[in-house]
Design a protein around this ligand. Structure first.
Ligand code: ADP
Length: 551
């Protein structure tokens, strides 16, 4: 038996001992701040003392309502290592969801950014926040907002010792918690144990994971309130690498500046972030020479984005995951056997969601629960992805109703429809609820989005199924045209239809295109299909005969 459990604290201990001078850089509301692992260790222990003094005990929940910065990162080690549970709240969720999850999680202390304090005050509800004893505003003063028992961070930690005797924790102890954004129904809480976060961290360090090394400069753009910024702060510490945090609501210009000035080598975020950066790069000169890898996940990385970054000398690593999988489950590395394959084949593999991370197992089943073949040719061999492993949860927090639909023994039913090719690359075809069912066949909304976004004149695009009398549903494209597009809408539509018909069955081509200024996004920065369906789910868009070229 091991003499010590799998817990997070040894990662911090090692970084502090082996890399005391390596930096943690952060864009904050007060400008750029810098510290070292040596200073960070002291700050983490000082925070643990302050929390203990405030009455936080083993198993209590401490919440954060914060962007990505060094103080938020302090809570990442202080809270779980003292035996409490770090509950990161997504500040972009609607107020009623925040109220629900604070009440459901019974948080005792909430850390909040100054720039989000007003928003939290507007969300505050005495009954829902009954468990909350204190709000700690991450700064040196408390802004003039209506939050009871608010204290500024500097005062909260002032006078506390920088020594702290960490308890010996069981690896089953709860360490973290995150709610899914609840695109349908109430958000569901996922709890992370010490062992889940430890094993996810170790997998991310491997070359088959994210391959983070001590020479790396890591900038998670994916928010720290969303599944621990995909576990990057933990993996970066475990590797002894430099951290860069982009702070409150970073714009493409902020990201470009941090990449240039801090020498970022690896960064990560949802596709919309990188679409924004690419647009910025069209008008501005940015030195990207340090940047080796962009991890894209959370939603499908458009192939056009992967190719445009390739041209700029930056490799996109496409990854798939969920709140329930801590989150990384697959990463689209090129297998050694495929390194010499034609460029087209390698591009195709890299645009899939990838190879399962070592330590996890998956299967793909059809509606009757039969295994679906791993097969290159069978385009219609779709099935639902089920996954299990040490960092995949087996239940939701206090939601036995949801557990019944989502878990099958140790298997998590992901709700993602996938194909798997002969080489084992998983490709997400759609979410079960987004797939378009037309004339008894399936159409992948994600494939169509990729195809539409590959056009130069398109900045962003989503495709939804709209009810149709004869075909049940027909696809409709919602398009934001690129700012510099010169083509007319009619010309664009016929070019899009032509290219889709070349690549896919001709009845996949959307019956109609709608042009909008912006596509609504969810609280995790993905296209909100639910909002689009509400706004554009009108059958009149597609009723009657389909346009002749799309029959
Ligand atoms: P939320 O549902 O709160 O936005 P999650 O991170 O839990 O946040 O969402 C997980 C889902 O996101 C997956 O089930 C899948 O549908 C989608 N997803 C994640 N990564 C990818 C990807 N690389 N390509 C396509 N879809 C993805």
């Amino acid at each position: 038996m091991a003499g010590y459990d799998q817990t997070l604290e040894p990662f911090l201990w090692r970084a502090e001992k082996l890399y005391p001078d390596r930096e943690i850089v952060s864009r904050t509301h007060e400008g750029i701040t810098r510290s070292t692992y040596a200073e960070y260790g002291d700050q983490v222990r000082r925070l643990a003392n302050a929390l203990e003094d405030a009455g936080i005990e083993t198993g209590d929940r401490v919440a954060t309502f914060c962007w990505n910065h060094d103080r938020h990162f302090e809570t990442y080690f202080a809270v779980p290592s003292m035996g409490a549970q770090l509950h990161t709240i997504n500040p972009l969720l609607p107020a009623e969801h925040v109220q629900y999850i604070v009440e459901n999680a019974a948080d005792r202390i909430v850390f909040v950014d100054p720039s989000l304090a007003e928003k939290l005050a507007a969300t505050y509800d005495e009954a829902a926040f009954e468990s909350v004893e204190k709000f700690v505003v991450v700064g040196s003063e408390v802004p003039d907002v209506e939050l009871p028992d608010a204290v500024d961070y500097d005062s909260f930690v002032a006078g506390h010792a920088t020594e702290y005797e960490w308890p010996e924790l069981d690896q089953e102890a709860s360490a973290g918690m995150c709610y899914t954004s609840g695109t349908t129904g109430k958000p569901k809480g996922v709890e992370y144990t010490q062992q889940m976060l430890w094993s996810h961290t170790m997998a991310m360090l491997t070359p088959q994971g994210l391959g983070i090394e001590d020479s790396d400069v890591v900038m998670p753009v994916v928010p720290m309130f969303h599944v621990n910024a995909w576990g990057m702060p933990y993996a970066t510490t475990a590797a002894g690498a430099k951290h860069v945090y982009p702070g409150p609501a970073p714009e493409p210009a902020d990201l470009a500046q941090l990449i240039e000035e801090e020498g970022v080598t690896i960064t990560a975020g949802v596709p919309t972030v990188w679409l924004g950066l690419l647009e910025y790069l069209q008008e501005n000169t940015v030195d990207l020479s340090s940047l080796e890898t962009i991890v894209i996940g959370g939603a499908a990385a458009p192939r056009s984005v992967i190719e445009r970054f390739d041209e700029l000398g930056v490799e996109v690593l496409h990854a798939w995951g969920m709140t329930e999988t801590s989150p990384v489950g697959t990463v689209a590395h090129i297998k050694a056997d495929l390194q010499d394959a034609p460029a087209e084949v390698r591009h195709e593999k890299r645009s899939k969601q990838g190879l399962v991370a070592p330590g996890l197992e998956f299967k793909v089943v059809d509606d009757e629960g039969n295994d679906v073949a791993w097969d290159d040719d069978a385009a219609q061999d779709f099935g639902e992805l089920l996954i299990r492993g040490p960092w995949v949860t087996d239940s939701y927090f206090e939601r036995p109703d949801a557990d019944e639909d989502s878990f099958d023994g140790s298997w998590l039913r992901t709700g993602d429809v996938v194909t798997v090719d002969d080489d084992g690359y998983v490709k997400i075809v759609d979410r079960t609820k987004d797939v378009i069912k037309s004339g008894g066949e399936w159409i992948s909304s994600q494939e169509l989005e990729n195809a539409v976004m590959a056009h130069d004149a398109v900045a962003e695009a989503a495709v939804i199924g709209v009810p149709h009398e004869r075909y049940q549903e027909r696809p409709v494209g919602i398009v934001v045209m690129a700012a510099d597009a010169t083509i007319s809408k009619d010309e664009l539509e016929s070019e899009l239809v032509e290219s889709i018909r070349e690549e896919y069955p001709k009845w996949w081509a959307p019956d109609a295109f709608v042009y909008v200024e912006e596509i609504p996004k969810t609280a995790t920065g993905k296209f909100s299909k639910k909002d689009l369906r509400e706004e554009f789910g009108d059958r009149s868009l597609v009723e009657g005969e389909a346009p002749p070229d799309r029959e």
